[in-house]
Design a protein around this ligand. Structure first.
Ligand SMILES: Cc1cc2nc3c(=O)[nH]c(=O)nc-3n(C[C@H](O)[C@H](O)[C@H](O)COP(=O)(O)OP(=O)(O)OC[C@H]3O[C@@H](n4cnc5c(N)ncnc54)[C@H](O)[C@@H]3O)c2cc1C
Length: 464
C-alpha cells in the first residue's frame, strides 16, 4: 500500500514476477499517485514539485525508466557544479569530498570556502589523528570535534541539509555516510577514512543524476498505468490484521469502510503512517517506527524573466535565512531552457524550523524572491510562482537509525507475507526507494511461490 515511488516500483516488480493469476492492488490514501513525486505546470511548462532528479548511477533507475518505454525522455543535467553561499559570498563546492568530508585537502584549500583557521582545524586531523570510531555518532559531533566547527557549518551541514532537511547534530554517521563509517573503524584520521572510503568505491562512469522530460514524476505516473496493476486512490488503509491465510485490511473513508483480503502486503508508506498499521501485526516494529522523526519543507518554484544566474546547477546556503538551497532549473536542465522565462526553485525550511513554513503561500513567495535577490541577484517579479508544501516530507536518519531499521526488518520478517519499503528505511533518495522496493517485491514473490508449492504439495499429498 502507498502509491509513492516505492509502492509503485514494488507493484511493477510483482506484476512481472509474481505467479500467474496474482492480483496486484495498490491502495493509496490521497487523491493522486506519486507521493513525493508530483508534477504540475508553471508558466505552461511541467515542472516537478518534489523530487526532480534520481541517482543515475544506481542501475535500477535507468533500467526501470527504459523498461517502461521512457528511455527517449531520459535527460541528464547540463551542469552539476554547485556553490555554497557563506555570509552572502558564493564559493564553489570543493571537489573530492564525501558529503562534505574532505579527502582532498588541496581541492578544499582551492575552494577558499574556509578561513585560514578553519582550514588549519581540518588539517590538524591528519597530523593528530583521533581514535577509530566504532559506535554510531552524530555527524555534528564527529565533524565538529575532529575537523572543526567551520567545515561543519560551511560544508557538511548545508550538504546534509540538502538531502535530509536535517541537522547534523542529530543525523547518524552510520546511516548518512555508511562508507565513511566502515573506514572510521580502521582509521584514526577522519580524512584518511574519507580517502579510503572514496578509493573503495569504484570510479563510476556517466552522469550522476537523471530526470525525465515532463518531470521525474512521470516515472510514478507511468508505473501506475502498467497492465496487471490496479491503483485505487482516495483509499487510505486504516487497519491491518492477520487472518488464517493472510491479511485483512480495512480501507476507504471512515464512514464507508471496505474490507480487502490479501495474501501478502507491501507496506510502502511513511514511518508515521506505517506505525499505527503495524501495531496489531508487528507491534515491535511499530514501536521502533515511532522513533523515526521527520522534517517538513516547502519548495517555491518561480518562473522569472530570462536572466543569467551564477554558473552551475544551484547553490546551498550555509546558515542564513529561510532559503536553504536553490536550483537554477533552466541551467541544470537544458530542456527547461527554451522559452522566454527561466525557472528557479528554492527549498525552504528544515527540521526544527517549522515556524518558517507557517506563512501563507504569497508570503513564502515574497520571502523567496527577496532572499534570491540577495543571494543570486534575481531581478524582476516572477511571471508565475508555485508553493509545494511537504509536511513531514523527509524521514530523519538519526543516530541509531541503522540498528533501528535492523530491528524493524527483523520484527516484520516474523510476519509471513508482510514486507516494508520506502524512504524510512535504507535511503531517502528515489533510487534507494526503487532498489528497496524491488527487493521487497522479490521477497514477497519468493514467499508466494513457496506457499503455492506447499499448497500444491498438500493437494498432491491428499490425492495419494
Ligand atoms: C521536496 C522534496 C524533494 C526531494 N528531492 C529529491 C530528489 O531530487 N532526488 C531524490 O532522489 N529524492 C528526493 N527526495 C526524496 C524522495 O522524493 C522521497 O524520499 C521518495 O520519493 C519517497 O518515496 P516513498 O514511496 O517511500 O514515499 P512517499 O512518496 O511518501 O509515498 C507514500 C505514499 O503512501 C501514501 N499513504 C500514506 N499513508 C497511507 C495509508 N494509510 N494508506 C494508503 N496510502 C497511504 C501517501 O499518500 C503517499 O502517496 C525529495 C523529497 C522531498 C520531500
Amino acid at each position: 500500500m502507498g502509491a509513492g515511488i516505492a509502492g509503485l516500483a514494488a507493484a511493477y516488480e510483482l506484476s512481472r514476477t509474481a505467479p500467474p493469476g496474482t492480483e496486484i492492488l495498490v491502495l493509496e490514501g490521497s487523491r493522486r499517485v506519486g507521493g513525493k513525486l508530483a508534477v504540475s505546470e508553471i508558466a505552461g511548462v511541467p515542472l516537478d514539485e518534489g523530487a526532480e532528479a534520481a541517482l543515475a548511477r544506481v542501475p535500477e533507475v535507468i533500467d526501470l525508466m527504459t523498461d517502461l518505454g521512457l528511455g527517449a525522455d531520459i535527460v541528464y543535467p547540463a551542469t552539476t557544479s554547485a556553490s555554497i553561499a557563506v555570509q552572502g559570498i558564493l564559493r564553489p563546492v570543493p571537489a573530492g569530498t564525501l558529503l562534505g568530508v574532505p579527502a582532498d585537502l588541496d581541492a578544499l584549500r582551492a575552494s577558499s570556502l574556509l578561513s585560514g583557521d578553519g582550514f588549519a582545524a581540518v588539517a590538524h586531523d591528519l597530523s593528530t589523528p583521533g581514535s577509530p570510531v566504532t559506535e554510531d555518532v552524530s555527524v555534528g559531533t564527529l565533524i565538529g570535534d575532529r575537523l572543526g566547527p567551520e567545515l561543519l557549518a560551511r560544508l557538511v551541514e548545508p550538504l546534509l541539509g540538502g538531502v535530509y532537511a536535517g541537522r547534523t547534530e542529530l543525523l547518524s554517521v552510520q546511516a548518512t555516510m555508511p562508507a565513511l563509517a566502515v573506514q572510521l573503524r580502521r582509521h584514526g584520521s577522519v580524512i584518511e577514512a574519507a580517502r579510503a572510503a572514496r578509493s573503495d568505491t569504484p570510479a563510476a562512469e556517466g552522469p550522476v543524476f537523471a530526470t525525465l522530460r515532463g518531470g521525474l514524476a512521470r516515472l510514478a505516473l507511468t508505473l501506475a498505468e502498467q497492465p496487471g496493476i490496479t491503483v485505487r486512490t482516495e483509499t487510505p488503509v486504516r487497519e491491518l490484521t492477520r487472518t488464517s491465510t493472510g491479511f485483512r485490511l480495512v480501507v476507504g473513508p471512515a464512514p464507508q469502510p471496505i474490507v480487502v483480503e490479501a495474501d501478502a502486503v507491501v507496506l510502502a508508506v511513511p514511518a508515521n503512517k506505517a506505525e499505527p498499521l503495524l501495531a496489531a501485526v508487528a507491534p515491535r516494529a511499530a514501536v521502533e517506527l515511532a522513533g523515526i522523526a521527520v522534517a517538513s519543507m516547502a519548495v517555491v518554484t518561480l518562473a522569472v524573466p530570462r536572466q543569467a544566474f551564477p554558473p552551475g546547477s544551484g547553490l546551498l546556503v550555509a546558515g542564513g535565512g529561510a532559503v536553504k538551497a536553490v536550483t537554477f532549473s533552466s541551467q541544470k536542465w537544458a530542456h527547461l531552457d527554451t522559452g522566454e522565462h527561466v525557472f528557479i526553485r528554492a527549498s525552504i525550511g528544515r527540521r526544527g524550523e517549522e515556524h518558517v513554513l507557517h506563512r501563507a503561500d504569497d508570503e513564502l513567495i515574497n520571502v523567496a524572491v527577496a532572499e534570491l535577490g540577495e543571494l543570486v541577484g534575481l531581478s524582476g517579479q516572477p511571471v508565475d510562482a508555485r508553493v509545494s508544501r511537504w509536511g513531514g516530507g523527509l524521514p530523519q536518519y538519526d543516530v541509531g537509525h541503522v540498528d533501528r531499521v535492523r530491528r524493524i526488518l527483523a520484527a516484520v520478517a516474523e510476519v509471513r507475507g508482510l514486507v516494508v519499503c520506502g524512504a524510512a528505511y535504507d535511503g531517502v533518495g528515489v533510487a534507494a526507494c526503487i532498489r528497496g522496493a524491488q527487493q521487497a517485491a522479490q521477497e514477497i514473490e519468493d514467499q508466494l511461490r513457496r506457499s503455492a508449492h506447499a499448497a500444491a504439495a498438500a493437494v498432491q499429498g491428499r490425492g495419494q
